[in-house]
Design a protein around this ligand. Structure first.
Ligand SMILES: Nc1ncnc2c1ncn2[C@@H]1O[C@H](COP(=O)(O)OP(=O)(O)OP(=O)(O)O)[C@@H](O)[C@H]1O
Ligand SMILES: [Mg+2]
Length: 359
């Protein structure tokens, strides 16, 4: 049974800004879900409606089978942390973490025990007597996490909690958050516009675009089976390459023909291509690591710019004017070199008009 359920949830601000259009989602107990999407797509609005900080214009939100949309935020059993460090500067770390427990009228012994336990989980035990100003950004954010999980919330909501940290700390905190989640198993929603954060943290990712859900799936599904061109372009660094090709039949075989190459296509989509797309232009989408560089390739190009990344290189080139990026482990490549490119078979096809995946 689903634990948190959003059914056709909508939000219209000031009777005109439709921030969230039709949002339906079920989350299981203990799951870690990421809301991912570009700025302004409605991530924060959705989170705030779940927390009760914003009313819903339409639809329903249930937690453990009961509607919560009429409940005050404090009665929903939800902890939330924000982008800015939500810790109180005038209280020690201990008091920050203990605050909500005191409100719950827990005994001194019980509070001590819980604070010590979550401090251990969040790795802040040695800072319990300090004030937030005496901590680094990452340590402060771990205090916010400790305080949020101390009350054993039914739901733990995080709105871009790592975005104030520098790049290195972000990656370290990401691992910490994942470890904490594996220990505490709090049902969590994590909002981010950073695709690598969503991919590395979440059990499932909800990709949002302009107030609607584009796709819900595991990080693997979202990356390898992107439903739309928007997702193929939004996920992955560098993102997927798009090549406009014509569908042609040659002796029973389907060929995808481009000015720069002729690719014999084999795959389950062949039937749909024959029925619906003969002679039409579609989009061949190829992840940068699925373009091969070797002697028996399909096409010859010049490797215009090589960007070394240590373990691999990013090759920037174009196929008859269409810019592409290739990730390769051939480290000795030099800019200006002539190379042969091919596809390793892992490609996706999109309808050029609807921009949806062809199955
Ligand atoms: N209080 C408000 N009144 C009117 N419009 C609002 C209000 N809050 C948000 N919006 C609008 O609703 C849309 C969604 O905003 P929201 O803050 O949910 O986006 P977001 O996905 O969290 O973006 P970001 O990644 O920039 O934080 C935006 O177009 C925004 O301008
Ligand atoms: Mg936001």
């Amino acid at each position: 049974m689903s634990y948190l359920k959003l059914e056709n949830v909508r939000k219209v601000y000031n009777k005109k800004v439709e921030a969230v259009k039709e949002f339906s989602l079920e989350i299981h107990k203990g799951e870690f879900v990421a809301f991912l999407g570009p700025s302004g797509c409605g991530k924060t609005t959705t989170l705030r409606m779940i927390a009760g900080l914003e009313s819903v214009t339409g639809g329903d939100i249930t937690l453990e089978g009961k509607s919560i949309i009429e409940l005050e935020p404090k009665d929903r059993g939800i902890s939330m942390i924000f982008q800015s460090y939500a810790v109180w500067p005038h209280m020690t770390v201990f008091d920050n973490v203990a605050y909500a427990l005191k409100l719950q009228k827990k005994s001194k012994e019980e509070i001590n025990q819980i604070v010590n336990e979550v401090a251990k989980t969040a790795d802040i035990t040695q800072y319990l007597n300090r004030y937030p100003s005496q901590l680094s950004g990452g340590q402060r954010q771990r205090v916010a996490v400790a305080r949020a999980i101390a009350v054993k919330p039914k739901l733990f909501l995080m709105d871009e909690p790592l975005s104030n940290l520098d790049a290195k700390l972000r990656v370290a905190m990401r691992t910490d958050l994942k470890r904490i989640h594996q220990e505490v198993k709090a049902t969590s929603i994590f909002v981010t516009h950073d695709q690598s954060e969503a991919l590395s943290l979440a059990d499932r990712i909800v990709v949002m675009n302009q107030g609607v859900i584009e796709q819900i799936g595991s990080p693997k599904e979202i990356y390898h089976n992107s439903e739309t061109m928007f997702i193929a372009k939004f996920i992955g660094s560098p993102p997927s390459n798009f090549l406009y090709v014509k569908v042609v039949q040659k002796n029973e075989k389907i060929h995808l023909v481009h000015d720069g190459f002729d690719y014999e296509f084999i795959g389950p989509e062949t039937k749909t291509l024959k029925e619906k797309y003969m002679g039409q232009t579609i989009v061949l989408s190829v992840r940068p690591e699925n373009i091969t560089v070797n002697k028996d390739g399909l096409m010859k190009v010049i490797a215009k710019i090589i960007e070394p990344q240590g373990s691999h290189v990013i090759i920037n080139t174009d196929i008859h004017g269409e810019e592409i990026k290739i990730v390769s482990d051939i480290l000795e490549l030099e800019s200006g070199e002539e190379i042969m490119l091919g596809f390793n078979g892992k490609v996706a096809l999109f309808d050029a008009e609807t921009e949806k995946r062809i199955r």
